[in-house]
Design a protein around this ligand. Structure first.
Ligand code: HMG
Ligand code: MG
Length: 299
């Protein structure tokens, strides 16, 4: 069966805009997040408190985050890799953070300058302090299916890091198909193994990229096994259009079209959301890759 309701974890403002070639002005980001909230999204990942040299696109986190303070009732998680990031986030009153680990050594090195175990050690005091402050913690796990350097990633390797993140005290775990190579059988095999090893399905979210056109099929496969949290990016923002291994996240509009059709509630107004993605695409200077955005905005 399918769930009656899905919680969409919107990542466009963070996972999407962090990949833009040009730095998007802070005011435009703030307007984007407000429009997403107006479209009915209630979990909107806002920005990252990472090293500004690593992700210059999100170096304005201190400026942006306070501009979202009026969004009552909207959860605004932010990415935090280490204690320095946590200090910055807490100083601005963030109530939800996300640490972000990797199932593979290659990506841990590329993304965090650490081994997998060193990254877990870096997260441990972050999660502990966040919990003391009653701040909600999401644990991202990237490269859960394939890795651009290492190829297919064994399920047992993913499960080890997933359990380690949960053992640190994460409230929620997001399984990332960072390069979009997963297929539905692989998704179900990973979810079944996590269930068998005691990771509660209701703590799991899925984070698919649409590189090979599999993101919606993978999402449906996950929903059939009881997952109710799905990450998506408005307009399919994210990834580099020139890099074969990194096209965009699952587009929120494509997800909402499917869930509307299935009668699964999301609370999202598809018309408003599409208008937002068209509005942003005009400002970014290129059309949205989302099939649903294109279909609904075709004149
Ligand atoms: P490092 O170079 O090893 O840093 O980078 P360090 O710990 O050695 O510190 C060096 C200097 O950076 C120090 O300053 C720190 O204070 C400063 P110094 O003492 O030399 O003057 N520093 C910071 N400054 C501001 N904010 C901070 C911070 N931390 C240290 N938070 C580090 C290690 C983790 C910092 C770096 O690798 C980093 O920032 N990485 C983040 C990269 C990133 O954001 N990637 C995109 C995430 S997307 C993702 O992971 C996938 C996901 O979307 C899901 C999916 O699609 O799969 C989630
Ligand atoms: Mg992503």
């Amino acid at each position: 069966g399918l769930p009656a309701r899905v919680r969409i974890h919107e990542v466009g403002a963070r996972d999407g805009l962090q990949n833009e070639k040009t730095v998007v002005p802070t005011a435009l980001k703030a307007e984007f997040v407000h429009r997403l909230a107006d479209a009915g999204l209630t979990t909107i990942e806002a920005t990252s408190f990472v090293h500004p040299k690593w992700v210059p696109q999100l170096a304005d986190a201190e400026e942006l985050f306070p501009q979202l303070a009026d969004l009552d009732g909207v959860a605004l998680p932010v990415l935090v890799p280490n204690e320095r990031g946590l200090d910055r986030a807490l100083a601005l009153g963030a109530r939800r953070i996300a640490v972000f680990g990797s199932a593979t050594e290659s990506f841990a090195r590329a993304n965090l300058n650490r081994t997998v175990d060193e990254s877990l050690a870096m997260f441990a005091p972050v999660v502990a302090r966040a919990r003391e402050e009653k701040v909600h913690v999401r644990g991202y796990l990237s490269m859960c299916f394939g890795d651009p350097w290492e190829g297919p990633v064994p399920v047992r390797q993913v499960v080890r890091v997933a359990k380690a993140l949960m053992d640190l005290g994460c409230d929620e775990l997001s399984l990332g198909d960072t390069i979009g190579v997963a297929t539905p059988g692989h998704v179900q095999a990973l979810l079944a193994q996590l269930d068998e090893e005691g990771v509660p399905t209701d703590a799991i979210g899925v984070h698919f990229h649409d590189t090979y056109g599999q993101a919606l099929s993978n999402t449906l496969a996950a929903l059939q096994l009881g997952v109710t949290t799905v990450d998506a990016s408005a307009g399919g923002l994210g990834g580099c259009p020139y890099a074969k291994s990194a096209t965009g996240n699952l587009a929120t509009e494509d997800l909402v079209w499917m869930l509307d059709g299935l009668g699964v509630e999301t609370g999202v107004d598809l018309g408003r959301l599409t208008a937002t993605s068209v509005w942003l695409a005009e400002r970014l200077g290129r059309p949205s890759p989302s099939r649903t955005v294109r279909a609904l905005s075709h004149k």
